[in-house]
Design a protein around this ligand. Structure first.
Ligand code: RUB
Length: 335
């Protein structure tokens, strides 16, 4: 049994991520940090150990929401590691609280700045007159597209609707607001139209140590079609989406979502022989990716390892393991 109760605003974030009201890897990371920050601010803990355990409980509840976006464990781990170090150095409760809040603010700043840099760097690789295909709704991919447009480049976008939850419509609305010409297509039309596309730009939920990219289901089919048509494929991904777990041999967990998102419950219940699979993400191998645009610069997918190594500097393996969506663990705080 849990010993802690979530604050109502934290409960709302946990439920919001689980129900996909809050979705997309960077928004999930941002909301998770906000949950930790409000808990740190309002905590009534009596000492640093209790404070750490309380935040650890919130961290584990956040980690249990959705398994694939690595931005979530990376964000949580960033903050928890700093709180842990402050506590181990013997800092008092108020100092540890300050460290927690400062770390949250630092990560939120990192999210904002990374997005801006990715926009600027990625937009330089977009040419005047380009037709760009994008899939799902990625704030990072859109930042590249919007920045190119704001630079005065004349671009067109082909947007896949992204079954089953139609995140492509969110992308379409954003392009509409920005005044960027776009064409909405069904997912199955991606290969048919690929010959008209100069660049595919997509986001990422996770980048593995070998440079493979996990993104919304259907990305790998689009990548195959792009490869066949010799169309360039760019991935826009902040460095906090690179997966440290893959360095120690884990595979990124692919979320499977309910059948009711694909077919109505009435139809599904009637079927005696049929079943539904609804994986939310797929894996695009590095061979199909031309480059990854990060806030630290453009890298080939094969350089993903170096980004992960930098991210993990000084973090003990056991600590890495505790703040991960990959390993089974109890919700009870350790220690
Ligand atoms: C969203 C998705 C996005 C990435 C990157 O999936 O696959 O392409 O999360 O988004 P879902 P961003 O809708 O299932 O969360 O660039 O905004 O982080």
């Amino acid at each position: 049994m849990a010993r802690y109760v979530l604050l109502p605003e934290v409960e709302e974030i946990v439920n919001g991520i689980g129900s996909m009201r809050i979705r997309g890897a960077s928004r999930i990371a941002k909301a998770s940090i906000e949950a930790l920050m409000v808990t740190a601010m309002k905590s009534n803990a009596r000492d640093p150990d209790e404070f750490f355990r309380e935040l650890d409980y919130v961290a584990q509840r956040l980690l249990a929401t959705r398994p694939t976006a690595v931005s979530l464990p990376n964000a949580v781990r960033f903050v928890m590691f700093r709180i842990y170090k402050a506590k181990e150095e013997g800092q008092g409760l108020e100092e540890v609280r300050k460290t927690a809040i400062d770390s949250c603010r630092k990560f939120l700043r990192r999210i904002r700045e990374a997005s801006k840099m990715i926009g600027e760097i990625g937009a330089r690789r977009i040419n005047d007159g380009d037709t760009i295909m994008t899939h799902c709704h990625s704030t990072a991919a859109l930042r590249v597209i919007k920045t190119a447009h704001r630079m005065g480049k004349n671009i067109r976008v082909i947007v896949t609707e992204t079954r089953p939850l139609y995140q492509g419509l969110i992308t379409a609305e954003e392009l509409e607001k920005e005044g960027i010409p776009f064409t909405l297509i069904i997912d199955g039309a991606a290969r048919f139209l690929m010959k008209k596309v100069d660049k595919v730009v997509v986001g990422a939920d996770a980048v593995a140590a070998n440079g493979a990219v996990v993104n919304k289901i259907g990305t790998s089919i689009i990548a195959l079609a792009a490869h066949e048509a010799r169309t360039l494929l760019f991935v826009a991904a902040e460095t906090y989406k690179f997966s440290p777990e893959t360095l120690v041999g884990e595979l990124v967990k692919i979320e499977e979502r309910p059948p009711e998102e694909v077919v109505s419950p009435e139809v599904f219940k009637r079927w005696r022989y049929g079943s539904v699979r609804n994986p939310a993400f797929d894996v695009t191998p590095p061979e199909y990716i031309d480059l990854i645009v990060t806030e630290k610069g453009i890298i080939p997918p094969q350089a993903a390892f170096t980004i992960i190594r930098d991210e993990l500097r000084g973090m003990p393996y056991e600590f890495q393991r505790r703040y991960s969506t990959y390993w089974e663990k109890s919700l009870e705080p350790e220690g």
